[in-house]
Design a protein around this ligand. Sequence first.
Ligand SMILES: Cc1cc2nc3c(=O)[nH]c(=O)nc-3n(C[C@H](O)[C@H](O)[C@H](O)COP(=O)(O)OP(=O)(O)OC[C@H]3O[C@@H](n4cnc5c(N)ncnc54)[C@H](O)[C@@H]3O)c2cc1C
Length: 391
Amino acid sequence: MAKRIVIVGGGIGGMGVATTLAGKLNAEITVINKDNFYVTGPSRPLLLTGEQEYGRMLRGYEKVGEKGIKVVAGNVIRVDPDNRKITLSESGFGLTSREIQYDYLVLAPGVVYDGSSITGLDRNWWRNTTVYDPGRVNVLRQRLWSENEGTVLIYAPKAPYRCAPAPTETALLAHTVLKHRGVREKFRIIHVDANDKTQPPFIADVVKQVYEKAGIELVTNQEIVEVNEKEVITKSGERYGYTILALLEPNRAPRFVEEAGLGTPFVEVRSPQDLRHPKYDDVLAVGDAAKLPFPKNQEIAFESALFASNKILEMEGVTEKVPVQYAFVGWAYMGNLEGRLETQSLQFQLDLTTQPPKPAKDPQLKREYTLQKDRWEQAYLERLFGYSPKS
Ligand SMILES: Cc1cc2nc3c(=O)[nH]c(=O)nc-3n(C[C@H](O)[C@H](O)[C@H](O)COP(=O)(O)OP(=O)(O)OC[C@H]3O[C@@H](n4cnc5c(N)ncnc54)[C@H](O)[C@@H]3O)c2cc1C
């Protein structure tokens, strides 16, 4: 009988597993995703300057369906690993609450942004925006293009959180927009960071230099614990006023993970190469939801998906394996100091096959790197979702 492989989350990790296993196994592959579309992450910050548009970031799943992968829109609310089943809640697509049985379960739901530990955020949530969410980034864009004076306050929580440089990108793209509009001198831009350096640490020296040139104030080692209608308050009692707030909440896996005893705040795995849960051979986790000793980014999500696929192939007695190792190349948007809406980027990489991991970067900011990042992102979307908007 065909094995039932159920994948929770149709993003980078989930689609990485689905598209790798399709055709290699006698299996029925079902991907469950909250929405019947996917919005890519890396280029979201460029919505702020108008250098990216939603149409190029959005993908539907129909082309994946052509490969025999079943995609179901639904919100997974419960996992029962002892009885090998999951529960979906009703979605807007005609699905009612139901249970699905599996032989293998791959958890790839990414992260939840959880600000419940920050006092007052529940009342003031609507004052906050970030580049992390497709809707909230649009509000941030609107505020940056309409406010005429004040303070832009950006916050990065303690690592690990998804996409380490995104708070820095936010600060520099805010600078770019305000400079472009001719109102930069009427604003303070403050980046408050709960870590001792901006993330990832090995590019923090370049970020510091660029911040100095852009007049961006950096405060490190300060954890925000409270938000009111006009200021944030840190653990040591410092207060910073804001007009525009871009606060990233601490990240965690969705609650069903903890409720099923699979880990907190992320899913436990045996090792980066063996992504099975320590207690269950048939439950694997990939991507940002997995507890890995690496940064949470797209390349790691995809590579972990390949390692998980190889493990399922091995357990099913298939000798074929896909080649994979942990390493990544990344580009951080550094905006444009003169206010031209042509973002320059910093390129960096980390080889995780050596101990200690080997970082490298080109300290020169280049426009070409922004274009490279775009090609890299579009290539991933084409590979995982089967098409590009123009083809
Ligand atoms: C603003 C931003 C900038 C980024 N920049 C970069 C970058 O420059 N470079 C880089 O390498 N990475 C970057 N990333 C990170 C990258 O996008 C993620 O690391 C990657 O998408 C993780 O893959 P994933 O499969 O774990 O999660 P995702 O790709 O987020 O996929 C998770 C999927 O699961 C679905 N889901 C969640 N919960 C449930 C549920 N309960 N039931 C059903 N479905 C569910 C979600 O809707 C989503 O479609 C960025 C991310 C963001 C948001």
